[in-house]
Design a protein around this ligand. Sequence first.
Ligand SMILES: [Fe+2]
Ligand SMILES: [Fe+2]
Length: 501
Amino acid sequence: MSDHKLKEQIKRLNQIGIALTSETHLPTLLELIVREVRGFTRADAGSLYSVDRNQIRFEVAQNDTLAARKNEVYESFRPYPMPLDKTSIAGYVAITGETLNISDVYDLTGDEEYRFNPAFDDRNRYRTRSMLVVPIRTQQNEILGVLQLINSLDKQNNVAVFDSEQEDLVASLASQAAATIQNARLINAVHEIFAALVRYSASAIDARSPHTAGHSRRVATYSMRLARSANEETEGTLTDVFFSDKELEELNYASWLHDIGKIGVREELLERVDRLTPASMELISTRFEAIKLAVARDFERQRRAEGGSKETDHAELERRLREVDEDLGFIRRINKATRLSSEEIRRIEEIQTESFRNARGEVRAYLSEEEVHHLSLPSGNLTGKEFQEVRGHVLQTLNIINKIPFTNDLERIPVIAAAHHEKLDGSGYPLGLTASDITIQARILGIADVYDALTASDRPYRGAMPVQEALQHLIKEAEAGKLDRDLVDLFVSKKLYEGVT
Ligand SMILES: [Fe+2]
Ligand SMILES: [Fe+2]
């Protein structure tokens, strides 16, 4: 080889090396390896197999001749695994670590341990001739895969034999490829460990309360469905929305982590499902017994004073006592309810105006002011201060995930996660951001969060809202300018809520 040619090849090898090391996405990297090595050897086709314990797996198949046959569907390579044994050419190289440089695979003598399988050629009217097959071997001598180059083309595009110089260069490239594959696998493994850690931490925090168990997982599912559906939109306002793989990953992490700040919220607040403490509910029950006694006593007094028929009086007394029982039953029910209708609030106020005379003759209200306050909180069962504490979880989330050193391409995770309770009209929290400051990812997360909070069925003490009612709620919120209308429409029309448990 001339000095000049050698220099050129070394330069090219270096360039390939640099290109390989900058790619960490494994499937892309494998494609790149085959493409570069084929370019180097002018190979018409090439494949890459990975070795996976006792199997070899087709990872990449490129074939210029077949790809050039336009308007004709040719059989694509399917990545099915094959048993790792010496009968196939790739298997032989994977086991022995030998390089095979075959001038024409149809001229094999039959004495070899391996055989060429012509089935693919037959089916696709292709003619495999020369073949160079090299192991992809790490410095630790582990064989990660096999690189198979087919039909080296000479300057006139005739199939030629791979020469021995090419053999050395391909071997050198294969060892570079081994290092980069190893590196990419390592990076993937770290990613997977990190993702698992995120999932387990979030699930553990959700599981502190039956209210929130499984919440982050489901929110991540809804978010990803919404984002992927938005990607597929080809008309309407979401046409221009497109999330790259990294942006999807960002949203996925943000979804899993959005409520991680709940770790700082007292368990009893997450757990609290009754508006009143059990002790106050007990007190009310006892009081209502006293009320019934008082009703009976007052009735008797009145009857004596006025005189009347015993039968009709008896029925009237029963009716009055039943009313008291019904009031108590209503209070018990309200005590467990998440949301109250205006009618229910009115009824509580009515009960509040009722009074009775206790055994000592003192006039007492059916319900104390404090009891009424707790019972009639419009949403939920927390007082204002407690509610603030629960709301504080967003800032806690931000504090926690700000400490995670995410790589640059995932740097928006904290911002997305911290905006999950913001509303487009500025009525959300903690910052009261408005539409222009709420990213589309945060809008998606917000919708997923509201929907799951409404429909989660793992709440033992209060019923989950039926799906249709929850969807109506989302639509109403969108109409009120709080949630993103297009995204809500997509969520509803594509039924993205279905089948999530
Ligand atoms: Fe939240
Ligand atoms: Fe949430």
